[in-house]
Structure formats: C-alpha cells, structure tokens
Design a protein. Structure first.
Length: 316
C-alpha cells in the first residue's frame, strides 16, 4: 500500500511540473506569432531592376575585360558606375597630379555605391537569419508540445497497466481478473499507439512579410528586396551551377528536398503564404529554407570582393 501511495504521489508531481512548463511556454511564445525581424523603417526602394542583357553589356564594354571579370563589369553596370570606370582608364593615361586626384575622386564615388550594395546584402542576410531563429523557436515550441503529449500518453499507459495489475491482484474471481488484465492491457496499448501520431500538433505562425514567397515565385512582387540584391539573385551570370540564376537553383533544391518533388503540395504550402497553422515538420522546413537563403545572400559578397580587387589593380 505504501508503494502505491508513493507511485501516485510521484504521478501527481510529474503532471504538475509538465502543466507548469507548458503554461510557461505558451506565455512566452505569444511574442513569436508575428515577426519582430522586419526593419522598423520601410525604405521605398526603386522598382528599377538592372538590365538582364548581360551579353550586350559585356560586349559594349569589352575594353574593360583587360582589368575586370565579366561579373565585375555586370556589377558596375548594376551600380551605375561604368562611366566612372571608363573615365578612370582615360585619366590613367595621364600621370599628372590633377589626373591622380580625379581618379581618387571617381574611385571614392564607386566605393560609395559598393558600400551601399554591401549594406543591402547584409541587411537582407540579417533578416533571413532573424527569421530563421524565430522559426526555430516556434519549432522547438511545437516539438515540446508533441513531446509533452507523448509523455502524458505514456504516463497514462503506465497508470492503466499499473491499475490493471493492482486490481487484478485484488479481485479473486479468475474471470473478472482476466477481464481486468485484458482491458488494462488494451487501454495501455491504445495510449501507446496514440503516441505514433506522425503529424503532431499545429501552432499559428504569422509572416505577412514573407521573404520566401518572392523567391519561390521568382518574381519581385513586394518591397522585400532591394533591386540590386534581387538582380544578383536572378542574373544567371552570378550562378556557378546549371547556368541558372541563384534562386532558380534554390527552388529546385526546395522542391526536391523539402517537398519530395510534389509541386502541387509546394504551391499550396503554408510556407509561401502570409502565415497560418504549422506543424513541426513544416516549421523545420521553413527554417532550413531561410538558412539556405541567408547563405546564398552572403556568398554574393564574394563577387563584390573580386570587384574591389579588380578596381584596386586598376588604380595602382
């Protein structure tokens, strides 16, 4: 009898701890329902995207290819700095102090545009990073909900088995004893099977400013991205795979790894909407996709680094 008392005392304490933990999680998670990652000030970027006539641009500036890579030429065009580079090349033919000063002035003008481009890339990458962290927190919350649910079901299964065993020992009638054992076993098995729910619970998650939607649709339908960043995503000359733009390659990977090549399921996914009810696996997929976009955005810095190196070689 003493053992039975200790068992039920432990059971009550366990249930109480789980309930308090769940309540704390629910209170803390309210701040994650809507995004805290978006910038406090909405800058109205120009809707003008740089020209995609890359071959024509490179051909029209073929004299620059002795000092710049094709990608650097395209970035200079996107930043509207080709005229300055042409002027520098002309001024370099003159070794006068006046020409050297003008060269430095023009280089400063180019550097100013490059700095703005770099800060735009950093801002976009930072928002992807922040959104990824936000989704990861929600994902952990849903995982905890599912784990708590499974713990309760396992606990109920243990209680049902223990109760059946105790009752079976008390009841002297063999018929009733067998019936109690069978009923307790069936009830415990039912609780155990209920833990195998493959989808688990849902949670509401809102993202009116959905960075992944434009990438999936491959259209800049919002003010989520600066034109320069979007140009770098969508100009195939900046991709090192399949001669396809960065976001096209990423979309193919998402379709394959996140949606098992099920295009219909992908198109209907809550991931590309303005938010809704998510399951744990959908949240983990969203977090992975945001992290991939963050990495893709940061790799664009390599192209700008090469441009800076080419520019320094020209000036020296």
């Amino acid at each position: 009898m003493k053992k039975l008392f200790y068992f039920f005392a432990f059971l009550g304490l366990f249930v109480s701890c789980v309930s308090k933990k769940n309540q704390a999680i629910k209170n803390n998670i309210l701040i994650l329902k809507d995004s805290y990652c978006k910038a406090p000030f909405n800058y109205n970027y120009s809707n003008k995207i740089p020209s995609y006539n890359s071959d024509s641009i490179i051909t029209a500036n073929k004299e620059l290819r002795t000092n710049f890579s094709d990608q650097s030429i395209l970035i200079l065009n996107a930043l509207d700095n080709l005229d300055e580079v042409h002027d520098i090349m002309e001024l370099k033919k003159d070794n006068s102090l006046e020409s050297q000063v003008k060269v430095l002035q023009l280089k400063s003008k180019i550097n100013s545009k490059i700095t703005i481009a770099l800060t735009e890339l950093d801002a976009v990458a930072a928002e992807f990073d922040c959104e990824g962290e936000r989704v990861a927190q929600i994902g952990s919350y849903v995982d905890n909900l599912n784990a708590s649910r499974n713990n309760r079901l396992i606990l109920y299964s243990i209680v049902a088995g223990a109760a059946a065993s105790i009752a079976g020992g008390i009841v002297k009638d063999n018929g009733w004893s067998n019936a109690i054992d069978i009923g307790g076993g069936a009830l415990g098995a039912g609780f155990g099977l209920a833990t195998l729910n493959p989808k688990g619970k849902k949670v509401e998650f809102i993202h009116q400013r959905n960075l992944l939607r434009d990438v999936w649709n491959q259209k800049l339908e919002s003010s989520n991205f600066p034109p320069f960043v979007w140009y770098m995503y969508t100009e195939k000359k900046f991709s090192n795979r399949d001669n396809a733009p960065i976001i096209e390659s990423i979309k193919k990977r998402w379709l394959h790894f996140q949606f098992d090549n099920n295009l219909e399921a992908a198109e209907k996914s809550v991931i590309f909407s303005s938010g809704g009810f998510y399951r744990a696996d959908e949240l983990h997929n969203r977090a992975a996709m945001l992290n991939q976009m963050q990495s893709a955005t940061r790799t664009i810095n390599q192209n700008i680094n090469y441009l800076l190196l080419d520019l320094d070689k020209l000036i020296l």
